[in-house]
Design a protein around this ligand. Structure first.
Ligand code: EPS
Length: 378
């Protein structure tokens, strides 16, 4: 079983992860992981913190000479900002009242987390629930990507909407997504990119924040990942759960998703064809690459809706946790919009989930053995 855990606080010493269940013999290029970490840090609308951090992975175990050994891969991503927070975040010497937060933000884990864990300070909750944690998930996905690449699986992501600014033509080929890498909002259309930048500027000027919609595409996925036989083995179950676990994600849609509820079956289902060269194939892909909880060999298309970040420079009303009097929510340094970063996170979270499903069907203890047994369904 391939799995991972993360640990770390936003302003703690480091983020970290442990990945278990990777086969031995996979070449891992550190630069490719650092590249994915850098992709996540980009994006118009981010706040001051991104000028401080320059995320890089430090692998502690499970890789020797650039190759996985089959042992757990443990890694760190240092928080440069820790230097400025050590007084409060040092696990043993830190002042626990340092930057205490008593005005929980609506829309954040702050209030319920504090009550649930019996704390009298919101700080420990916001430190762990912070989307800074996604750096550790991107690293895990980036390592898993290097396994899937061996079998020809490729993933990409882009932003299709920020606030009211949306990409008009959404029939985009996988190869076009490379253009998103050059855009400050990860949008493949220059016109929409300008509109997105404008709405972010407006939100920033108003002390507000913005969400949006991101899309992940995966090509080269073999048929038969996941299974129809049990609810928790369905690939769409696993993807939806993993993607919904990303901070601020409120909706996940596969293929035509909610749109398919508005159309008759004849316009929703993808007719089946066969060619000697390619085996079974489809002319359309409304299903987004999954039928009956299994990958069907078509491109995987997944979209996620991200809510606006809860930290507002023009704060909403809340209640002081000491006096229960009305107050403005805490206003910490924050981003206006992190949708472009969320696209990269969704891409790598998707990749890790697919690698899990891939290992379930094709997994062996070594890559060599996997290659020997590799026989995708046609
Ligand atoms: C975040 C708040 C901001 C973001 C942070 C997520 O951090 P800070 O409170 O230090 O200004 O910059 O995102 C990251 C640090 C990151 O690497 O993505 C939050 O509260 O979720």
């Amino acid at each position: 079983m391939l799995r991972y855990l993360t640990a770390g606080e936003s302003h703690g010493k480091a983020l970290m992860g442990i990945i278990e269940g990777l086969p031995a013999g996979v070449f891992i290029d550190k630069q490719r992981i650092d590249h994915d970490l850098a992709r996540r840090q980009q994006g118009y609308g981010r706040g001051g913190r991104m000028k401080i951090e320059k995320d890089q992975i430090e692998v502690l175990s499970g890789i020797r000479g650039g190759v996985t050994t089959g042992s757990p891969v443990a890694y760190l991503i240092m928080n440069r900002d820790y230097e400025n927070w050590q007084e409060g975040m040092d696990p043993f010497q830190g002042d626990v009242n340092y930057k205490r937060v008593s005005h929980p933000r609506p829309g954040h884990a702050d209030l319920t987390g504090m009550l649930k864990y019996g704390l009298s300070d919101v700080r420990p909750i916001l430190e762990r629930s912070s989307a800074r944690e996604t750096a550790a998930r991107v690293a895990a996905g980036s390592i898993a990507r290097q396994l899937l690449n061996v079998f020809g699986v490729q993933a990409a992501s882009h932003v299709i909407q920020i606030g009211q600014a949306a990409l008009e033509n959404q029939s985009i080929s996988f190869d076009q997504l490379a253009e998103a890498e050059l855009s400050p909002v990860r949008c493949i259309s220059k016109t929409t990119e300008e509109a997105m930048i404008e709405v972010i500027d407006e939100a920033k000027a108003a002390g507000d924040s913005l969400g949006g919609i991101v899309e992940v595409r995966v090509k080269g996925l073999p048929r038969g990942l996941g299974s129809h036989v049990q609810w928790d083995r369905k690939l769409d179950t696993q993807l939806a759960a993993a993607l919904m676990s990303i901070q601020a994600i409120k909706g996940v849609e596969i293929g035509d998703g909610f749109l398919s509820a508005t159309k008759p079956g004849s316009q929703v289902h993808d007719e089946i064809y066969y060619s000697e060269k390619n085996g079974y194939y489809r002319m359309t892909n409304h299903a987004g690459g999954i039928e009956g909880g299994m990958s069907n060999g078509e491109e995987l298309v997944v979209r996620c809706a991200m809510k606006p970040i809860p930290t507002l420079m023009k704060p909403l009303n809340t209640v002081d946790i000491d006096t229960h009097e009305s107050y403005e929510a805490v206003k910490e340094r924050s981003d206006t919009c992190a949708v472009p970063a969320a696209a990269v996170v969704a891409e790598l979270v998707t990749v890790f989930t697919l690698a899990q499903a891939f290992m379930e069907v094709f997994g062996k203890d070594s890559l060599e053995e996997m290659r020997r047994c590799w026989k995708p369904l046609r």
